[in-house]
Design a protein around this ligand. Structure first.
Ligand code: NAP
Length: 280
């Protein structure tokens, strides 16, 4: 068997197009504010891509660059200002913050108004996801679910295994799959017999950050395999957490890296911003 390749680039482009269509029907352009602190090159690249995508769908991008030595107080004031600005629908603080702010990062994230929290990282939005209430869902798990549903609409009763339990990805991903009536297992670094656990999965989602950790003998034939991992190799190329070439031979459907989950993250950020604008 050769797996269907789930083309995240195309699916993300379709989603961005439908967002652009909805934006064009709004009287006021939604505004997405990005706070970027410091000089981390990777963060600058992400933010540049986010701004470009925001403008391409017809939204306003509001960029606030702050110096690497910005204090937690200064960032808090910036968040407060954006919280009370009615023309700002979504606030994104690029993470991670510089090292000297690592202890303040969580409280700064929580300072963002839940209704403007387009990353879905506040306690209010995490709680809503847990309780099955409408809220803003973190972008990468939301995008991963859209990819899964692009190959199988009804997931009820399927066995799903998510490797990884971060607040950013693993936990919300497991909640989303549970809400789709999957039987969900969350695996992590202390999981015993990980290969056997994974082999039960009709849907296997890997979000660890270890190059090609998931091998063919971890995968049930015909499974949907979603590779969230981004691992930069010495030659600069990106690889996922799944041994793509080998697993493609037995999976039913699989996401490549790059070109799978990655493009969905920004598209879902725009979807969240549209949602906040439509609710305001
Ligand atoms: P993270 O916070 O570092 O979490 C990694 C998870 O993997 C943890 O729960 C950890 O378990 C688990 N883990 C580590 N070693 C393991 C092992 N040997 N066996 C089983 N589980 C193991 O990372 P993250 O933020 O969730 O991101 C995970 C990966 O996804 C990274 O490669 C990241 O770059 C990528 N990512 C991609 C996107 C995108 O847009 N495509 C977005 C977000 C993240 P413990 O909890 O027990 O430590």
């Amino acid at each position: 068997m050769t797996a269907t390749v789930i083309d995240g680039k195309t699916i993300a482009a379709q989603l961005r197009q439908s967002i652009a269509d909805s934006v064009s029907r709004l009287e006021t352009k939604p505004g997405l504010a990005v706070i970027l602190v410091g000089d981390d090159p990777a963060s600058h690249v992400y933010v540049k891509n986010k701004i470009k995508a925001t403008e391409e769908v017809g939204m306003r991008s509001i960029e606030h660059r702050m110096p690497a030595d910005a204090t937690a107080d200064q960032i808090a004031k910036m968040i407060d200002q954006l919280n009370s600005d009615a023309s700002v629908n979504g606030i994104l603080m690029q993470l991670p913050l510089p090292d000297h702010l690592s202890r303040d990062q969580e409280s700064l994230v929580q300072r963002i108004l839940p209704e403007k929290d387009v990353d879905g990282l506040t306690v209010a939005n995490a709680g809503k996801l847990l309780l099955g209430l409408p809220g803003l869902v973190p972008c990468t798990p939301q995008g991963s679910l859209r990819l899964i549903k692009s190959v199988k609409e009804n997931l009820a009763g399927l066995e799903a295994v998510v490797i990884g339990r971060s607040n950013l990805f693993g936990k919300p991903m497991a909640q989303l799959l549970l809400a789709e009536n999957c039987t969900v297992t969350t695996a992590h670094s202390k999981t015993r017999n990980l290969a056997e656990v994974c082999k039960r999965a009709d849907i296997l989602v890997a979000a660890v950050g270890r190059t090609e950790m998931v091998k063919t003998d971890w995968v049930k034939p015909g499974a949907i395999v979603i590779d969230v991992g981004i691992n930069r190799q010495e030659n600069g190329k990106l690889k996922g957490d799944v041994d793509y070439n080998a697993v493609s031979e037995i999976a039913g459907a699989i996401t490549p890296v790059p070109g799978g989950v990655g493009p969905m993250t920004i598209a879902c950020l725009l979807a969240n911003t549209l949602k906040t604008a439509q609710q305001s």
